[in-house]
Design a protein around this ligand. Structure first.
Ligand SMILES: Cc1cc2nc3c(=O)[nH]c(=O)nc-3n(C[C@H](O)[C@H](O)[C@H](O)COP(=O)(O)O)c2cc1C
Ligand SMILES: [Mn+2]
Length: 467
């Protein structure tokens, strides 16, 4: 059996090694086609009871030397495991890392430069096609590293890239920080250099999803999460830096004067984004490790890209809510809500009306949020049955449901009302499922006495013996 570990602990391979060591790496040895078949296997694995917590390594990919790694980022548990924490602790770990970032370290030799191809042909990479009506193959796990042309500060984000030609990619930049870099470059009449890194430590991918202020380097938070600076190396053909330990780096320039029809593409709302004219990335070089692994993140139908988004957005949402109402205890952005539309908040309510304040703070903090459910702190917000229990017993729709109409929205929300290209309004809702102050006795939950539960639990085997 081939091992891929190179001895260092903070890179993509080390994480796969960790998963393999605990029996959570599935090696698929039969030949698999990157056109739809990889996606179908990933979906089946994700849903199969015994395989849902496995990472998948496709060792034999039709038409390419590169193995594909899939299902690395599709559950909260896998991301937490990769970050050395637990599902419930990860939000605190990330908040902590945000308060003490570790700046990147510049190096001049890098594993990602073991093979350098300056006459690039994207055809060497096993780029999958995932949803039925996608416009073609898409690179889906590309961490895009750019610098602000005005200040030089780095930014990291994930953008999908349609393969247009052997050296040309499409790119869709929503109103992200990367879009600001692109617009600044365009204003100056220049292309924007971009390093697209594939196969990086999941801490980098999660950090790229954080809502940090503009001109803040997400990779410094990634370094803090890993307890070691992210190593960066100058690119070979462009004025940019790439993560030295990445499996593959595509060096390119987002052209300021060219567009191409991009799409359709299965998006986070499990719907297709339309075909439209979008900027392109001219590929200048492909560099990779010897025996490089190609990382794919499932789009659309799978929870994978949504899980990365939820884990990455919860920390800043939690701090935004706490700066409005300090007794907010926990927040969950749901996967079913596409990591954008639904947030569940647990809080200790000291004043009536605080849940509404939490709702407004949430809408102010995150554009696409539409439904905010606020519950008391005794409710476990990661347990859907508990949340339903709170909605069922603590909420009167006439009194506790607050609809705010015609808020500036996003056309990616399918129920938004568009009034011009890219312009839309949406109605929002706050559901206050907290107990009314003064009704605590009525809402006391009926439980077996806690001390008896504890006593029985401590010596539980006693009840299972035959004598
Ligand atoms: C798998 C995945 C794919 C994504 N694809 C895109 C994309 O194609 N375009 C985009 O604008 N955002 C995309 N995002 C969201 C951005 O990466 C995210 O908003 C990021 O925080 C932007 O960072 P920035 O504002 O620092 O540039 C994607 C996220 C994930 C997890
Ligand atoms: Mn940013």
């Amino acid at each position: 059996m081939r091992s891929f570990w190179d001895g260092s602990s903070n890179n993509f391979r080390a994480i796969l090694e960790h998963f393999e060591n605990v029996g959570r790496l599935a090696r698929i040895k039969v030949e698999v086609d990157p056109i739809f078949e990889i996606a179908a296997v990933c979906r089946h694995m994700e849903q199969a009871p015994d395989w849902g917590q496995h990472v998948v390594l496709f060792e034999n990919v039709k038409g390419s030397e590169f193995p594909i790694v899939g299902n690395l980022c599709d559950t909260r548990d896998k991301l937490a495991f990769a970050m050395g924490t637990s599902t419930r602790e990860s939000v605190n770990r990330i908040l902590d890392a945000m308060t003490r970032p570790i700046p990147v370290q510049l190096v001049d030799e890098a594993p990602c430069h073991e093979v350098v191809i300056t006459e690039p042909d994207l055809g060497v990479l096993p780029i999958p096609t995932m949803s039925e009506f996608d416009g073609g193959p898409y690179i889906s796990a590309g961490l895009h590293l750019t610098s602000n042309p005005l200040t030089g500060v780095r930014n990291a984000g994930i953008q999908r890239n349609q393969v247009h030609d052997s050296d040309l990619l499409g790119i869709y930049m929503a109103p992200t920080h990367m879009l600001q870099h692109y617009l600044a470059a365009k204003e100056a009449g220049s292309p924007l250099p971009v390093a697209i890194a594939l196969g990086v430590h999941p801490s980098l991918l999660v950090s790229s999803q954080l809502r940090l202020p503009f001109d803040t380097d997400e990779l410094a938070v990634a370094g803090s999460l890993m307890g070691e600076a992210v190593r960066m190396v100058p690119c070979v053909t462009i004025d940019a830096e790439a993560p030295a330990d990445a499996e593959v780096v595509i060096e390119g320039e987002v052209l300021h004067d060219t567009t191409r029809l991009e799409g359709p593409f299965g998006e986070f709302a499990r719907l297709y984004g339309p075909e439209r004219e979008l900027p392109v990335v001219k590929v200048r070089a492909i560099t990779h490790r010897r025996d490089a692994l190609y990382h794919n993140v499932m789009s659309a139908s799978s929870p994978e890209n949504v899980t990365l988004g939820a884990v990455g957005r919860e920390p800043s949402l939690l701090s935004a809510l706490r700066s409005s109402v300090p007794t907010v205890r926990a927040v969950r952005i749901t996967i079913g809500g596409g990591a954008n539309f639904h947030a569940i908040v647990a809080m200790q309510k000291n004043f009536e009306g605080e849940p509404q304040k939490v709702g407004f703070a949430a809408f102010a903090a995150q554009d696409l949020l539409k439904h905010v459910y606020v519950v008391d702190e005794d409710i476990d917000i990661f347990d859907d049955e508990e949340v339903h229990y709170a909605l069922a017993t603590r909420m009167d729709p006439a009194r506790d449901m607050h609809v705010i109409e015609n808020v500036k929205g996003n056309p990616l929300d399918p129920v938004s009302v568009e009034y011009g290209p890219g312009r839309a309004v949406v109605n929002k809702m706050i559901m206050d499922a907290t107990v009314r102050i003064g009704s605590e006795v009525k809402y006391r939950r009926a439980e077996v006495p806690a001390e008896v539960m504890e006593r029985v639990g401590q010596d539980f085997d006693r009840y299972l013996t035959d004598e």
